[in-house]
Design a protein around this ligand. Structure first.
Ligand SMILES: *[C@@H]1O[C@H](CO)[C@@H](O)[C@H](O)[C@H]1NC(C)=O
Ligand SMILES: *[C@@H]1O[C@H](CO)[C@@H](O)[C@H](O)[C@H]1NC(C)=O
Length: 155
């Protein structure tokens, strides 16, 4: 997520039409270490915040990583955070799907171990009870593996 957000922030900072982000004046005030005159110099719209008229006043900050200004850096990260999160989630889901597709032998091995543990625990229908693929999906019925086949990958 952080890597994607960082790359996206770099990309939006290099475009001609950089996006803007609404940042609370209290955050901007914190960034400028409470220097009100410096904040008002860049963001006059923060004056209701300093007068106490609107403690929740926001200012429009341009997203730009190239200027070295902390307020614009915050705007850049803030405007790419949610997009980066969704893209990271999508990559994660696709990655898990690819992993499961590429490791059928590992899945079979783990199922045999699961079968043996359920057998030892005295579970009803060991290896095929509960939420199995042949009950929920269209998988072929699962046969109990032969004993020598079962123990060799465990050793
Ligand atoms: C980031 O942006 C959201 C709106 O998209 C805003 O509500 C929030 O206060 C911002 N956070 C910071 C730290 O500026
Ligand atoms: C606020 O920032 C301005 C401009 O950088 C500087 O001249 C001034 O000394 C600062 N004031 C305080 C109280 O630090």
């Amino acid at each position: 997520m952080r890597i994607i957000s960082l790359l996206m922030s770099l990309i939006i900072s290099s475009t001609a039409r950089k996006p803007f982000s609404a940042i609370p004046c209290t955050v901007i005030d914190y960034i400028f270490a409470g220097n009100a005159s410096q904040v008002l110099g860049s963001y006059p719209s923060c004056s209701p915040y300093y007068s106490g008229q609107n403690p929740d006043q926001h200012a429009i900050v341009q997203a730009n990583m190239g200027t070295g200004r902390a307020d614009q850096l915050v705007a850049a990260f803030n405007s790419t955070f949610s997009t980066g999160s969704w893209l990271a989630l999508a990559i994660h889901c696709i990655g898990a799907e690819v992993y499961l597709r590429l490791t059928p032998a590992e899945a079979t091995r783990l199922r045999k171990i699961s079968y043996q543990k359920q057998l030892e625990a005295g579970v009803q229908n060991p290896g095929k009870g509960g939420l199995t693929v042949q009950r929920l999906g269209d998988a072929e019925p699962w046969d109990i593996p032969g004993s020598e086949e079962l123990t060799s990958p465990l050793r």
